[in-house]
Design a protein around this ligand. Structure first.
Ligand code: ADP
Length: 483
């Protein structure tokens, strides 16, 4: 077999080291998924305090006394099987708080510089800063990596770039007068560069500058080119239609395996979920139910539609349903859900916070997982739901539409239904979906059959890894031809 081909991934999060959402899971999973495809991915990440603490015997591989005005070093390290390049720049990353927010929940005021430095480092690595290693391709993730093509072009490098859009809601905007501080070329501040309504947009820099673009589901790729979903960048994406594709995310099916998961009572058939359901009910103070036990594991943000679920709650509870929610984010939503729990003791349980192990126990014990998102680039929670035999009840949007097979009469007859889909953004539609869930739950055999279908549905990287590999190969062939 020929030697694996080197590629550099650039991201602001990577599981299991630092995670605020699905981006981290995907960035953490891609190296393992692409290795059998002949690609050796090294991932460049910021040296946040938590990342630095996790490094064992890091090896300094580059020293930059002036990386956009700050001293920085590049460290090579292996953590949890991941081949990392860590940008150690204490002035930028050594602080308490999340990757993006301070303890009070505000954006770090220097986020533009923090992630521009990451992009500048990526360009330096592509240019050969790490002795003996040079990537054939750079895979960028979201706005935090978006300025990389600009710095590559500035350095006269033709390394091909692929930008994956995990969520177009975040544009990485900063003031136009930051050009000099970020050492960006003035010529790039234009309509076909990174100018965005009088600001610099790091995401737009990536959308206009990367050789190819992907997003994390075929449906979201189409949606992104529409005004309703493009968040002001639909025109740019329509312009780049020929270079934009959708590749579904997978999940790590060894970590998320109900038969071996150490966080739960392992099971391999729907019947085996009962013990987990009892534990889950006890954990959330829920009574023995007369209907389905539905769970939500989510960031609490407008995107996720959990305000709609609050409005649909009375009908669902009247139908015998129960809800356990784990999430954090928007303070108003947190309070609204705590209020709902207080109003419906034994029927609604809420845990505000982030708890990975608890999330496993929730998928294991649940009859259903609710994802009423207004938009959802791919979504991972419905994939965990499928794997753990919990019916996903999801809005028909983005990756949710691509991964769940609606239990209509035809799909039920064909034995391929895996969940319930409803129109996004509508309380009425959600009401109906939850009513269908309650009705199906009462038809025990049918419900079990859907659970079995769900558990069999492929949710790993089998299908998507070859698509990424093919795209990498095409981009690097193009590069050889144009070099
Ligand atoms: P997004 O990236 O928009 O937040 P995804 O569904 O793609 O949504 O990914 C969310 C990931 O974060 C999943 O792995 C989910 O289980 C996890 N997650 C979200 N909120 C929590 C929480 N409060 N506790 C534990 N895990 C969470």
């Amino acid at each position: 077999m020929s030697a694996p081909r080197p590629a550099l991934a650039v991201a602001s999060e990577i599981a299991p080291l630092v995670k605020t959402g699905g981006l981290a899971d995907v960035v953490g999973a891609l190296p393992g998924a692409l290795a059998p495809q002949g690609w050796a991915l090294r991932t460049l990440v910021p040296g946040y305090r938590a990342v630095m603490a996790a490094l064992k015997r890091p090896k300094p591989v580059a020293d930059w006394p002036d990386l956009l005005g700050r001293p920085a070093r590049l460290l090579a390290a292996e953590v949890a099987g991941l081949d990392l390049l860590v940008l150690d720049a204490p002035e930028l990353y050594d602080r308490e708080g999340s990757p993006y927010l301070d303890a009070a929940g505000n954006d770090w005021p220097d986020n533009d510089l923090r992630f521009a430095a990451l992009c500048k480092a990526a360009a330096l690595v592509a240019g050969g800063a790490v002795k003996g290693w040079r990537p054939e391709l750079v895979h960028l993730h979201d706005w935090q990596a978006g300025l990389t093509p600009v710095y590559l072009a500035e350095a006269g490098l033709a390394t091909p770039t692929l930008l994956t859009i995990h969520n177009i809601a975040f544009h990485g905007l900063t003031a136009a007068n930051r050009l000099a501080a970020l050492r960006l070329p003035e010529v790039g501040y234009s309509l076909d560069g990174f100018e965005y309504y009088g600001h610099i947009s790091a995401l737009k820099a990536g959308l206009t500058g990367a050789r190819a673009l992907t997003t994390v589901s075929p449906t979201y790729a189409q949606e992104l080119m529409t005004e309703d979903f493009g968040m002001g960048l639909d025109g740019v994406l329509r312009h780049r239609r020929a270079d934009l594709g959708g590749i579904l995310n997978g999940i790590d099916t060894t970590v998320w395996n109900p038969a071996t998961d150490p966080a739960i009572r392992p099971f391999s058939t729907p019947a085996g979920k009962a013990a987990n359901a009892r534990i889950l009910r006890a954990e959330f103070g829920l009574a023995k139910g007369a209907g389905p036990l539905a769970v939500v594991v989510s960031r609490l943000s407008d995107q996720k539609g959990l305000d709609l679920l609050l409005a649909a709650l009375p009908g669902f509870l009247a139908g015998g349903g129960q809800v356990a929610l784990l999430g954090s984010g928007d303070r108003r939503l947190e309070n609204a859900w705590l209020t709902a729990a207080a109003a419906h003791p034994g029927r609604v349980g809420v845990r505000i916070g982030y708890d990975e192990a608890l999330s496993h126990r929730m998928y294991a014990g649940a009859d259903a997982v609710l994802v009423p998102s207004r938009f959802e680039p791919c979504g991972l929670t419905q994939l965990y739901a499928l794997r753990y035999g919990a019916l996903p009840v999801v809005a028909r949007t983005g990756g949710l539409a691509d991964t769940v097979i609606h239990a209509n009469a035809a799909a039920l007859a064909a034995g391929c239904a895996t969940g319930i889909l409803h129109q996004p953004g509508s309380v009425g539609a959600l009401d109906q979906a939850l009513a269908q869930l309650c009705a199906l739950w009462r038809q025990r055999d049918t419900f079990r059959q859907i659970q079995r279908n769900a558990m069999r549905h492929p949710v790993g990287w089998e299908a998507s890894a070859p698509l990424y590999a093919a795209l990498y190969a095409r981009l690097t062939v193009d590069n050889r031809e144009t070099a």
